[in-house]
Design a protein around this ligand. Structure first.
Ligand code: ADP
Ligand code: ADP
Ligand code: ZN
Length: 831
C-alpha cells in the first residue's frame, strides 16, 4: 500500500469527505482555523489508528485502557500504528526533566557507573579500589626485614565505651587491639570514657617482610579486610599505609556504595538526596498550604509555582553526596546536566579518556551524542538537561518529543503533528524541516497540521481543507504540492501562496508620545537590560527560541505593569489574552461568555408569549431549573456509561436535543424559539438580531475576528486555542472603552491561524490600538512582525547566549541591523 485511503469522513464539520494521503511522505494539512484540519488529522486518522491499536490488545489490557470511540468515518485503508505529537500534553511530573524524557539521563547514568571516577564526598580526594591480590603485592614490595602490624579499622572517632565491640573481638579469638594509638591486650579490662571520641583498630597480625610469608599474609589480609569492612592498615615504624578493597576514602574512613546506574537516579532510594527525596526542593510542611504542594510533588500529581526552597543538602542537585562525588572528565553528573545541550555536546566531544575507558564508553557516548545532536537539530540547544519538563512551553516539549522519536529510530509509523513551528523563529525553521524530513526518510509517514509558509512549501503533499470554517468548511479544496495549490482559485491557501491575497505592510508607523521604561531586567537569561515600551502602539517582542522573550514579558513587563499606578498615563488595566479555554464545562459557550445570552434571555422574557405564561428571563437558561429539559438537565444529550467500553452519548429523547422543555419552546421571538437561536451560527444571528444594538454590537465583533461560523450554543470546550483567544479579543474589543485605555499582552496569538486568519487578527489588533489601547505581542510570524510600530528584538541566540537587546525600533530600523536574525528576515520582505 502506498497510500492511506479515507472514505466518508464526517467527524465534526467534515462533509463526508474522501481523501488519499501518500504514505512515507511529508504531508501538510492546511486551511483556515476551524476548517476541519484537526478533525481530519487527529480526530479521524489518528483516532482510528489508536483505536485499531487498542483493539489489537488483549481484552485484559483493554479493560484498563478503555476503547476509544470509533470516529465517524466509513473506511480507512493503509493505516499504520500512529503516534500523535501535539502541544497539549505537557508533562507535569516534577521528576521529569529534559534529560529523562530524552533518555539522555539514562545513558549518562550508565556512563557514570561504568567510567566515573569516585572521590571522597568529604575531602574530595580521588578514591580507588584494589583487589586483595593488588594489596598483597604492594605489601610484599616493602623492604626485606621491615616489621609491620596489620590492622583493621573498627571504630573511627566515635563516642562511647565500645564495650560490646571489644567483647566481640575477644570472643572471636583476637588478642590485641590498638585503642587511640596504644596497643592494648583484649584479655585485660579496657575502660573508655563514655563521653569521649575513640578510635579502635584490631591487630590482626604482626609480621616481618621476607620470603615465605605470602600465604600467611594473604590469610591475615583477608581477615583484616573482613573486619575493617574493606579497609586495612599496614603500620611500619616509618608510616601507616592504608589499603582499600572497596571505594573508600582511607583518610576520612568513608566508603562509597557500589557505583551502579541506580546510584545516579534521583527516582531511586539508592541515589536520591535523602533530605528532599530527589526533588531538589523542600517544602515547608509546617505550613499546611505548602503541605498540599509537597504531597503533590511527592505523589507526582501536579507542580506549582509556589515558592519552594532549594534543598540545603543537595543544593537542588537531587542526588546524595556519594552519587555527586563520582566524576567523568572532572564533572559530576549534576554539573553535566546543568550545562546547556550545546555546552554538553562540546564537553563530550572534547572529553579525554584513557584507552580502557574509551572502549567501555564508546557505545554509550554515541547514544548520548546523537541525542544531543537531535535536540540541537530542533533548535533546543539552549535548554539544560536538568530543566524540568513542567516549565517548558508547548512548542518546546513538542519538539523534544520529536527529537526523541528520531532517536527511537522507529520505521513504518504514522506521525501526526500539530504546528511544530510554534515558538520557533524563522532562523530555526530550516533545522526543524530537516528533522521532519529525516523522520520521513527513516520510513515514516508524517501528517502535519501547519500554517507556516516555509513548511507548506517544503511538503511533499498538501491537503487544503476549507474553504471557510465550521459549516462553510469541512471539504477538501485542493491537493498537491504548493504550486498546484496556488493555481486553485477557490483555495484561500492558494490565494496567499500565489500572492492573489496578501497581508499588507502598514504605510506608516505610529509615533508614541508616551513611553514606559523597565530597567534592570535580569530574570532567567536576561542580561540586566533596559527596555522602553511605547504606549498606544503595537509593540512586538521578537527573537529566536530561548532568547528571553517570555521571560521579559511574563516576569518583568507584566508584573511591573501590575504594580505600577498607570492612571496617570490614562490606563485602567493590563490584561493577558492567552489561548487557555474560556470555559471548561460543556455549559459555557460564546453567548454566555460574552454576555449576549443575558440579552437574548431578556428579549425572550419580554415577548407576549412569555408575559402571558409569566416566564422570567431565567426560564430561558439551560443552566438552571425551570425552563430547561430536566430529563437531560439541559445538556440535550444523555451520557450512558458502558463500563469497559467508551461512554456513549445519546440525544435526549424527551427534548430531542433542544435542551429546553416543550412549554419554554413554545415562546418565540420573531418565529424562533430559544433552542433555534442557540443553534444559529454568529453570522446568522447577526442578521436575526440586526435591530437589537446590544446584541448586534457583540456579534459584529465576533464576525470581524473571523468567528462567524461558531454557533451561539456550541460548547466552549470544543474551541481550539486560537478560537478561544479570538473570543477573548472580541469581548475586549466590544467593551465600551470609557475614558481610560488598556494594555493587552499576547503570546504567539497566531498559533493555529491560517494566513487569512492572521489577516483578520491583525485588523482586530490595529483596531484596539487605533482606539487608544497598547498591545504587546510575542511573535515569530513575520506577517505580524512587519505590522509593528515598534520591535524589541532579543538575542542574539538562545539560553546564556541570549537575553540581550539586539535591535529595537521600527521594522525598518530592525531590518537594518545585520546581526539581528529578525532583521535579516524582515529585510527580505520590507525592501
Ligand atoms: P481546525 O483544526 O481546522 O482549526 P477543527 O477540526 O478543530 O478545525 O474544527 C472544525 C470545526 O469543528 C469547527 O467548527 C469546530 O468548532 C468544530 N469542532 C471541533 N471540535 C468539536 C467537538 N468536539 N464537537 C463539536 N464541534 C467541534
Ligand atoms: P523565549 O520566550 O524567547 O523562547 P524564554 O524567556 O522562555 O525564551 O527563556 C529564556 C531562557 O530562560 C532560556 O534559556 C530558558 O531555558 C530559560 N528559562 C525559561 N523559563 C525557565 C524556568 N522556569 N526555569 C529555568 N529556566 C528557564
Ligand atoms: Zn536534596
Amino acid at each position: 500500500m502506498d497510500s492511506i485511503k479515507i472514505r466518508g469522513a464526517r467527524v465534526h464539520n467534515l462533509k463526508n469527505i474522501s481523501v488519499e494521503i501518500p504514505r512515507d511522505k511529508f504531508v501538510v494539512i492546511t486551511g483556515v482555523s476551524g476548517s476541519g484540519k484537526s478533525s481530519l488529522a487527529f480526530d479521524t486518522i489518528y483516532a482510528e489508528g489508536q483505536r485499531r491499536y487498542m483493539e489489537s490488545l488483549s481484552s485484559y489490557a483493554r479493560q484498563f485502557l478503555g476503547l476509544p470511540d470509533k470516529p465517524d468515518v466509513e473506511l480507512i485503508e493503509g493505516l499504520s500504528p500512529a503516534i500523535a505529537i501535539n502541544q497539549k500534553t505537557t508533562n507535569n511530573n516534577p521528576r521529569s526533566t529534559v534529560g529523562t524524557v530524552t533518555e539522555i539521563y539514562d545513558y549518562l547514568r550508565l556512563l557514570f557507573a561504568r567510567i566515573g571516577k569516585p572521590h571522597c564526598p568529604k575531602c574530595g580526594k580521588p578514591v580507588k579500589s584494589q583487589s586483595v591480590d593488588q594489596i598483597l603485592a604492594q605489601i610484599l614490595k616493602l623492604d626485606d626485614g621491615t616489621k609491620f602490624l596489620l590492622l583493621a579499622p573498627i571504630v573511627n572517632q566515635k563516642k562511647g565505651t565500645h564495650k560490646d565491640v571489644l567483647e566481640k573481638l575477644s570472643a572471636a579469638g583476637f588478642v590485641r587491639v590498638k585503642v587511640d594509638g596504644k596497643i592494648c591486650d583484649l584479655g585485660e579490662k579496657i575502660s573508655l570514657a563514655k563521653t569521649k571520641k575513640h578510635s579502635i583498630e584490631l591487630v590482626v597480625d604482626r609480621l616481618i617482610v621476607r620470603d615465605g610469608i605470602r600465604s600467611r599474609l594473604a590469610d591475615s589480609l583477608e581477615t583484616a579486610l573482613k573486619f575493617g569492612e574493606g579497609i586495612a592498615f599496614v603500620e611500619t615504624d616509618a608510616a601507616i599505609l592504608t589499603f582499600s578493597e572497596k571505594n573508600a576514602c582511607v583518610d576520612c574512613g568513608i566508603s562509597l556504595p557500589d557505583i551502579t546506574p541506580q546510584l545516579f537516579s534521583f527516582n531511586s532510594p539508592k541515589g536520591a538526596c535523602p533530605k528532599c527525596n530527589g526533588l531538589g526542593k523542600i517544602f515547608d510542611v509546617r505550613d499546611w498550604s505548602t503541605m498540599f504542594e509537597w504531597m503533590a510533588a511527592v505523589h507526582d500529581f501536579k507542580t506549582t509555582d509556589l515558592p519552594e526552597d532549594v534543598c540545603p543538602a543537595c543544593h537542588g542537585h537531587r542526588l546524595n553526596p556519594e552519587a555527586l562525588s563520582v566524576r567523568v572528565g572532572n564533572l559530576n553528573i549534576a554539573q553535566v546536566v546543568d550545562m546547556s545541550v550545546d555546552a554538553c555536546k562540546k564537553f563530550f566531544s572534547t572529553l579525554e579518556l584513557d584507552d580502557t575507558d574509551k572502549k567501555i564508553a564508546a557505545q554509550v557516548l554515541k547514544e548520548i551524542n546523537s541525542r544531543l545532536q537531535f535536540l540541537c537539530d530542533v533548535g533546543l540547544d539552549y535548554l539544560t538537561l536538568s530543566r524540568k519538563s513542567a516549565t517548558l512551553s508547548g512548542g518546546e516539549s513538542q519538539r523534544i518529543r520529536l527529537a526523541t522519536q528520531i532517536g527511537s529510530a522507529l520505521t513504518g509509523v504514522l506521525y501526526v503533528l500539530d504546528e511544530p513551528s510554534i515558538g520557533l523563529h524563522q532562523h530555526d525553521n530550516q533545522k526543524l524541516l530537516a528533522t521532519l524530513k529525516n523522520l520521513r526518510d527513516l520510513g515514516n509517514t508524517l501528517i502535519v497540521v501547519e500554517h507556516d509558509e516555509e513548511t507548506i512549501r517544503a511538503a511533499d503533499h498538501i491537503v487544503d481543507i476549507g474553504r471557510g470554517a465550521g459549516k462553510s468548511g469541512g471539504e477538501v479544496i485542493a491537493q498537491g504540492i504548493a504550486d498546484e495549490i496556488s493555481r486553485v482559485e477557490k483555495s484561500l491557501t492558494g490565494d496567499y501562496l500565489s500572492g492573489r491575497k496578501k497581508i499588507l505592510v502598514p504605510l506608516t508607523r505610529r509615533q508614541s508620545e508616551q513611553t514606559l521604561t523597565f530597567t534592570d531586567a535580569n530574570k532567567n537569561n536576561l542580561k540586566n537590560i533596559s527596555v522602553t515600551l511605547p504606549l498606544n502602539a503595537l509593540t512586538l517582542i521578537t527573537g529566536v527560541s530561548g532568547s528571553g522573550k517570555s521571560t521579559l514579558v511574563e516576569e518583568i513587563i507584566y508584573p511591573r505593569l501590575r504594580e505600577t499606578d498607570l492612571t496617570t498615563f490614562g490606563i485602567s488595566k493590563v490584561t493577558m489574552i492567552d489561548q487557555d479555554p474560556i470555559g471548561r464545562t460543556p455549559r459555557s459557550n460564546i453567548a454566555t461568555y460574552t454576555g449576549v445570552a443575558d440579552h437574548i434571555r431578556k428579549l425572550f422574557a419580554a415577548t407576549n408569549g412569555a408575559k402571558i405564561r409569566g416566564y422570567k428571563a431565567g426560564r430561558f437558561s439551560f443552566n438552571v431549573k425551570g425552563g430547561r429539559c430536566e430529563s437531560c438537565g439541559g445538556n440535550g444529550v444523555l451520557k450512558i456509561p458502558m463500563n469497559f467500553l467508551p461512554d456513549v452519548y445519546v440525544t435526549c429523547d424527551v427534548c430531542k436535543g433542544a435542551r429546553f422543555n416543550a412549554e419554554t419552546l413554545e415562546v418565540k421571538y420573531k418565529d424562533k424559539n430559544i433552542s433555534d437561536v442557540l443553534n444559529m451560527p454568529v453570522d446568522e444571528a447577526l442578521e436575526f438580531f440586526a435591530n437589537v444594538p446590544t446584541i448586534k454590537r457583540m456579534l459584529q465583533v465576533l464576525h470581524d475576528v473571523g468567528l462567524g461560523y461558531i454557533e451561539l450554543g456550541q460548547s466552549a470546550n470544543t474551541f481550539s486555542g486560537g478560537e478561544a483567544q479570538r473570543v477573548k479579543l472580541a469581548y475586549e474589543l466590544a467593551r465600551p472603552l470609557g475614558r481610560a485605555a488598556n494594555i493587552y499582552i499576547m503570546d504567539e496569538p497566531t498559533t493555529g491561524l491560517h494566513f487569512d486568519d492572521v489577516k483578520k487578527l491583525i485588523d482586530v489588533i490595529q483596531r484596539l490600538v487605533n482606539r487608544g489601547d497598547t498591545v504587546i505581542i510575542i511573535e515569530h510570524n513575520l506577517d505580524v512582525i512587519k505590522c509593528a510600530d515598534y520591535i524589541i528584538d532579543l538575542g542574539p541566540d538562545g539560553g546564556s547566549r541570549g537575553g540581550e537587546i539586539v535591535a529595537c525600533g521600527t521594522p525598518e530600523d530592525v531590518a537594518n541591523v545585520a546581526k539581528s536574525y529578525t532583521g535579516q528576515a524582515l529585510k527580505k520582505i520590507l525592501f
